[in-house]
Design a protein around this ligand. Structure first.
Ligand code: HEM
Length: 495
């Protein structure tokens, strides 16, 4: 391309951007936008986000307040950083603020047209939510599939015991990942996906992390609409590749199930989904089923894994709290027994530990971005139509107006505080709230407590020789989920 062509293209690009911006602001009802840092023409406030947007936005909100306006390229963005405004967004105005800005990468294989995560709040989304609620996450359904999960916990226990015998360190994130994957695959379609120490688990991990990375990475195509057609970072292409791998696995499982259906009936989600697919007037297509399975696996594995790894890291840094958790577990379930799901309600200290991790290390620090369907006024400011809305729960979890000593890990704060995490108490909403609240919450709640109890009840944990627990690296890696940069590895000692 010669210089003149490049120059003309650049001018046209700038002109279209300015036109787009002007048209955009003309559609807005009159009203004052929330305060925020001054946006540079074209790129907006992109440079202010840095490597850890949750942290940069938390700092900015100290200057501009809990309702803030930024432009990320051309994407108008509202950032909410207090429980009061989160309540307005996720409860009072939930009916107009529950849509999604779809990232370009989520359009791979037309995923956004089938996906519960990315569909707008319309009939297809309602149907998928209802199916999951009724077929998977009711108390009875979850209780009925407990035996399948029990086996997977037993395997985690055996793996850690073997590491004790071998004097081998456990990579806690990896062990939790394999267990999460198997707990999910057992609950969804009674199949074990992965084994400890096997190449297949690494393959799965690569695929899931690939999807999370592609969909969660900042993508210029999302901030500059014209770039959508060029996929400049190749994220759409890579997502297609990872989706293809997962769909091939799901196709295999569905075909196998369809073959064995006449002879063997299973009581799991896949069976219920196939019933809906095989009706004379099918409620779900085969594609709908595959996209739903993809959503559940991707949304359910990394989140639970990360929460377990953060909790274990905090407990290893705080040996007294680890001891307190173990003592409670041994009192309730005994030194020799394995935890039952029904034990969780009798473990107030473990529950407080998990709540504290949700506050201190929320795995989805900005939730999943919402989108405004219309202009709406909040706190005297206008939230413009089509703006993406980020609820910075990382910031509100560390706000000294709400929490005493917010930078310390103190599960005790929840022992006499009735705060819950199921979407009613807006100072602690790790699963979101309102229409879009995480549908997997009832299963996630069980998975996290069960894995932690299995890791803690019968094992003492030691870091590698010479590593001081208080100096453990707790750096965060931002993406669709917030993970630990340095994986936690520790040596188990059988009690
Ligand atoms: C959505 C958190 C586990 C499935 C979400 C959202 C959050 C979240 C913050 C977005 C809410 C919003 O948009 O306001 C978590 C955490 C988990 C967890 C902290 C574990 C510790 C799970 C599990 C599953 C799951 C185990 C499935 C089995 C989903 C799905 C959505 C979602 C499908 C999209 C819902 C929609 O957009 O309508 N989750 N999640 N999650 N989660 Fe979870």
């Amino acid at each position: 391309m010669d210089f003149l062509t490049f120059f003309i293209l650049l001018l046209s690009f700038i002109w279209i951007c300015i036109l787009f911006q002007t048209l955009n602001s003309k559609h807005r009802k009159s009203g004052k936008l929330p305060p925020g840092p001054y946006p540079i023409p074209i790129i907006g406030n992109i440079l202010e986000l840095g490597q850890k947007p949750h942290l940069s936005l938390a700092k900015l909100s100290k200057t501009y307040g809990p309702l803030m306006y930024l432009k990320i390229g051309y994407l108008e963005t509202i950032v909410v950083s207090s429980p009061e405004i989160a309540k307005d967004v996720l409860q009072k105005y939930d009916h107009v603020l529950s849509s999604r800005s779809v990232p370009s990468a989520a359009m791979a294989e037309e995923h956004h047209k089938h996906s519960m995560v990315w569909l707008p709040v319309e009939n297809q989304w309602r149907k998928l939510r209802r199916i999951c609620r009724e077929q998977m996450f009711t108390l009875q359904r979850l209780d009925a599939s407990w035996d399948l999960r029990r086996e997977k916990l037993q395997k985690l226990f055996e793996y850690v015991s073997q590491c004790c015998v071998n004097g081998q360190a456990v990579n806690i994130g990896e062990a939790a990942f394999i267990t999460s994957l198997n707990l999910m695959s057992a609950t969804l379609f009674s199949v074990e996906f992965s084994e400890f120490n096997s190449d297949s688990s690494q393959e799965f991990k690569d695929v899931f992390w690939g999807v999370m990375k592609c969909v969660g990475s900042p993508n210029f195509a999302d901030y500059f609409p014209l770039l959508k057609y060029f996929d400049p970072q190749g994220l759409l292409r890579q997502t297609k590749f990872y989706f293809g791998k997962l769909f091939a696995i799901f196709d295999g499982i569905i075909d196998q199930r369809l073959k064995s259906r006449g002879t063997q009936m299973k009581d799991d989600l896949l069976e219920a989904l196939l019933d809906l697919n095989q009706k004379p007037d099918p409620e779900l297509s085969r594609d709908d089923i595959k996209h739903l399975l993809l959503d559940l696996f991707v949304a359910g594995t990394d989140t639970t894994t990360g929460t377990v790894e953060w909790t274990m890291s905090e407990l290893l840094r705080n040996p007294n709290k680890l001891l307190k958790t173990r003592n409670e577990l041994q009192d309730v379930i005994g030194v020799n027994g394995l935890i039952q799901e029904s034990d969780i309600s009798r473990l107030p200290y473990l529950q407080a530990v998990v709540k504290e991790t949700f506050r201190f290390h929320p795995i989805a620090p900005l939730l999943v971005p919402h989108k405004a369907n219309t202009d709406i006024e909040i706190n005297g400011y206008v939230v413009p139509k089509n703006a993406q809305i980020l609820v910075n729960i990382w910031a509100s979890g560390r706000d000294s107006n709400t929490w005493s000593s917010p930078d310390s890990f103190m599960p005790e704060r929840f022992l006499d505080r009735k705060t819950d995490f199921r979407g009613q108490d807006f100072e602690l909403i790790p699963f979101g709230a309102g229409r879009r609240i995480c549908p997997g919450l009832p299963l996630a709640d069980r998975m996290v407590h069960l894995m932690l109890a299995t890791l803690i009840c019968k094992f003492e944990w030691k870091l590698e020789e010479g590593l001081n627990p208080e100096e453990m690296d707790m750096s965060e890696k931002f993406g669709l989920t917030l993970q630990k940069v340095i994986p936690l590895k520790a040596f188990p000692i059988k009690l």
